[in-house]
Design a protein around this ligand. Structure first.
Ligand SMILES: Nc1nc2c(c(=O)[nH]1)N[C@H]1C(S)=C(S)[C@@H](COP(=O)(O)O)O[C@H]1N2
Ligand SMILES: [Mo]
Length: 516
């Protein structure tokens, strides 16, 4: 064997060995985190820090391309990146174990630092990182001893059988499998958040929403109400926060005469209202599906704020989530006559963990990042000048009123269209101008006249409306363009804009191929 191919072999063996050792440390750390405090999972924490450091246009692109697969993608990137660095550093392992050990210790230290900063300054924040470093470095030294022995054996012409080599391979494979299995075991053993059943029951609302109308009977149009399990999900949390119903508190503080906190039973005992509203994400591209229309139930924010008595000069309420996310809502939007709620239920069911259990903010007319904090813990009355919310500090607008927009739901797919039995094509979708109300929707075929759409019954200014236009279309290719006007008659802007910094705009347009 030539010297250069021998060094190449040694480098490869070092890289693989180090990767297996680091993988084992990481796997054991994930297991330890799951048992001690799920939010200290090193992979999730590094992912969360990555989300925070990702520039808004890139985050936008990823959400646009991958939708809700953005989190698995992120975790894959974090793992691949860590593995790549590990392999490069590990290629020198045969010469010395020093650099690979330092690297694994550094990964453990980063995990500890992230847990201390983002989860809690508590002993539980040390566990995963220590397990990572100890397990990884321990495995590294064991495997390196076996590797050096196998190399000696290979260099010794008198040795026979390759027993050391087999021991190395078997140990490496065993530790690798252990590293891969440990997180799965952790996931299976992770204690479910403890929730007392009586706290999950949603009390009867004092103000009931009227029954929802039928909606349009058109195949392929979004249902008038979005089922809770089909509602989009957007947040920066890689691990959905649990909560302890006994110790959960909502604090109302800051520029108020009377700061106070209330428990979950106290919140649930307050008068509640039901309210039908459309919620959407500022990252929703034109024609996108980061939007849903649901029945919220909760306590009016203005009632809670009135008890605290906001001081003069305050213009923002900074709401904080248990995971550190913040939103800055205009004080006015939380105290005027709109139904801004601390919501505890969606569509008559208690909030699911993904959508913010046990309580979240919802503010009609504002994008989610300014008015819909999930896993709510604090409302801090203050000013935009002094407190900067999570996405605002990353370049998004401080205030996010929802823009008027319309979307074509059907036809969709490959654009091929068969006219129905009556020879016509039903073009339909939804339109929203949240808190202003939808006044009209119009459809244009190619560059023809704008045609008024039929609208579903009005559910209120905060709710989207379905629309439909039934058309005779000549066979061949056509462009269909839709636009909406709010209740005051103001048309949505035709000027195209990306989601950042304050919401996408422009008309939704699709091309169809009508069969003859
Ligand atoms: N705690 C927390 N709340 C949050 C977010 C978040 O990242 N963390 N994202 C906001 C954004 S950007 C949107 S669009 C809505 C989405 O709510 P949903 O996931 O229930 O649909 O939640 C908002 N509330
Ligand atoms: Mo959002």
């Amino acid at each position: 064997m030539s010297t250069s191919s021998r060094t190449r072999g040694a480098r490869l063996a070092g890289a693989l060995t180090t990767a297996v050792a680091a993988g084992l440390g990481l796997g054991l750390a994930e297991l330890a985190a799951a048992l001690v405090q799920p939010r200290t999972s090193p992979v999730s924490l590094v992912g969360a820090v990555t989300i925070d450091l990702t520039p808004p246009p890139v985050k936008d692109l990823v959400i646009g391309l991958l939708g809700m697969a953005d989190k698995p993608f992120l975790i894959g990137c974090v793992l691949a990146g860590t593995l790549a660095i590990t392999a490069v550093i590990g290629s020198g392992l045969v010469r010395t174990a020093r650099w690979a050990s330092i690297w694994i210790a550094a990964v453990g230290a980063i995990a500890i630092l992230a847990a201390l900063l983002r989860v809690a300054v508590a002993p539980s924040s040390l566990v995963a990182g220590l397990v990572l470093a100890a397990g990884g470095i321990g495995a590294l030294h064991l495997l390196r001893t076996l590797l050096l022995r196998a190399q000696e054996e290979q260099a010794d012409p008198a040795a026979i059988g390759g027993a050391s080599r087999r021991r190395l391979l078997a140990t490496g494979a065993g530790l690798g499998a252990l590293g891969a299995l440990a997180p799965l075991v952790g996931r299976a053993l992770r204690p479910a958040p403890q929730v007392a059943p009586e706290l999950l029951a949603v009390p009867e609302p004092q103000v009931q929403a009227p029954e929802l109308p039928e909606g349009l009977d058109v195949e392929g149009v979004s249902p008038l109400r979005t089922p809770a399990d089909e509602l989009y999900r957007i947040d920066t949390a890689l691990v959905v926060p649990g909560y302890d119903p006994e110790s959960w508190r909502l604090r109302i503080e800051g520029m108020v005469e009377n700061p106070y906190e209330i428990t979950l039973p106290e919140l649930l005992a307050m008068p509640m209202v039901e309210h039908d509203a459309t919620m959407l994400c500022v990252s929703n591209p034109v024609g996108g599906d980061l939007i849903g229309s649901i029945r919220f139930q909760g306590v009016r924010v203005r009632d809670l704020l009135a008890r605290a008595v906001p001081l003069r000069g305050a213009d923002q309420v900074l709401s904080t989530s248990v995971d550190g996310f913040t939103a800055g809502t205009p004080l006015e939007a939380l105290t005027d006559d709109r139904e801004a709620l601390i919501a505890v239920a969606i569509n008559g069911e208690p909030l699911s963990p993904e959508h913010g259990a046990p309580a979240r903010l919802f503010t009609p007319g504002l994008y989610g990042y300014v008015g819909a904090t999930k896993w709510l813990t604090t409302l801090s009355v203050g000013t935009y000048a002094e407190q900067v919310a999570y996405w605002t500090s990353r370049g998004w607008s401080a205030k996010g009123p929802v823009k008027t927009s319309a979307r074509i739901d059907t036809p969709r797919g490959d654009g091929r269209v068969e006219p129905g039995a009556d020879g016509r094509v039903a073009v339909a979708g939804v339109a929203w101008a949240v808190h202003r109300g939808v006044g009209a929707v119009q459809l244009q075929v190619d560059d023809g006249e704008w045609i008024d759409a039929e609208l579903s019954e009005d559910v209120g200014a905060d709710y989207w409306r379905q629309w439909v236009v039934r058309l005779e279309l000549a066979p061949g290719e056509h462009l269909l363009t839709v636009r909406a006007a709010d209740a005051s008659g103001e048309l949505q802007s035709a000027e195209v804009a990306p989601p950042a910094p304050n919401g996408s705009q422009g008309y939704h347009r699709i091309s169809v191929d009508v069969r003859g």
